[in-house]
Ligand binder design. Structure first.
Ligand SMILES: *[C@@H]1O[C@H](CO)[C@@H](O)[C@H](O)[C@H]1NC(C)=O
Ligand SMILES: *[C@@H]1O[C@H](CO)[C@@H](O)[C@H](O)[C@H]1NC(C)=O
Ligand SMILES: *[C@@H]1O[C@H](CO)[C@@H](O)[C@H](O)[C@H]1NC(C)=O
Length: 260
């Protein structure tokens, strides 16, 4: 579902997710409230739509979070303390950054895709941070996405909840086990399978280097009911879920089937 500014980002997922792109973080409040009127479903009891506000969720609710692309240093204050991208002390909105906002259903495994045919993560600093919340703010560590040499296209993001509040967001990695011995990939820092950027479409090669982010939920909802999606993906590897998404463009599924 792609409504307002969908020039750069689009999502294909089994849940209702949205992506917008807009440099100033201030704009998101405005956009989110208008976007969500359209997408709200009956089983979604969470009325918090801004990724910079606190929500308490139960199973089947939607949950808004954001991903910001920027250089690694823009996520830190004074080069040392990593702050939430919602924190005005960071100069993200005035710096070279891009924001995407998603609203997946909690406890559903979904795959977010960000089409990179017009959007090169390396031209926005090459790192991304996932975030949500204000008082109960959670942000992931910055994950390397791309530079002019390497591009990482597949990620797994874990949302960890405690009694319905987001406690932690982290990237789950498989130590390159999905690409070891595969000459199409390079293992970066022993954790990420990367494609050479010059193999990507529009960069001299033929591979669709759109980003895929597999989402999963762990912990408990506000009724202390345990999220199950985590157990379903815990043992899966990077790229392993692509085949499950029938509505994902064939280009991605086919190319990864060819690779693995
Ligand atoms: C960070 O920098 C600001 C000004 O840029 C300063 O007021 C503050 O004390 C610094 N904090 C730390 C922990 O160095
Ligand atoms: C990205 O967009 C291009 C151009 O519209 C399209 O050909 C390609 O299939 C898209 N990739 C994905 C993964 O949707
Ligand atoms: C690109 O990133 C990789 C992995 O972080 C690093 O080893 C390499 O030096 C970087 N290349 C450029 C041109 O920045």
């Amino acid at each position: 579902m792609c409504i307002l500014l969908c020039l750069l980002f689009s999502t294909y997922s089994q849940t209702t997710t949205m992506a917008i792109q807009t440099p100033p973080l201030l704009l998101i409040f405005l956009l989110i409230s208008s976007l969500t009127l359209i997408s709200q479903s009956r089983s979604d009891t969470n009325h918090v739509y801004s990724p910079c506000a606190d929500a308490k969720v139960q199973k089947s609710d939607g949950f808004s979070f954001g991903i910001v692309f920027a250089s690694r240093t823009l996520f830190f204050q004074n080069g040392s303390v990593q702050l939430s991208p919602c924190d005005k002390r960071l100069s993200l909105s005035s710096g070279n950054s891009q924001l995407a906002v998603f609203r997946p259903k909690v406890d559903e495994i979904s795959l977010l895709t960000i089409n990179t045919s017009n959007f090169f993560p390396d031209s926005y600093g090459g790192y991304m941070v996932a975030f949500a919340g204000r008082k109960y703010a959670a942000r992931s560590l910055p994950a390397f996405v791309a530079n002019s040499t390497f591009t990482v296209t597949s990620f797994t993001l874990v949302h960890e909840f405690k009694k319905g509040r987001l406690e932690n967001l982290y990237w789950k990695r498989d130590g390159c086990s999905s690409c070891s011995g595969n000459s199409n990939f390079v293992c970066l820092n022993g954790q990420d399978c990367a494609i050479r950027t010059n193999n990507c479409k529009n960069r001299g090669g033929g591979v669709d280097c759109s980003l895929g982010i597999q989402l999963t939920f762990s912990g408990t909802d506000k009724h202390e009911s345990v999220f199950n999606s985590w157990f379903e993906v815990k043992n899966l590897r990077q790229y392993s879920l692509y085949g499950l998404y029938s509505n994902l463009r064939g280009s991605l599924t086919d190319q990864y089937n060819k690779f693995f």
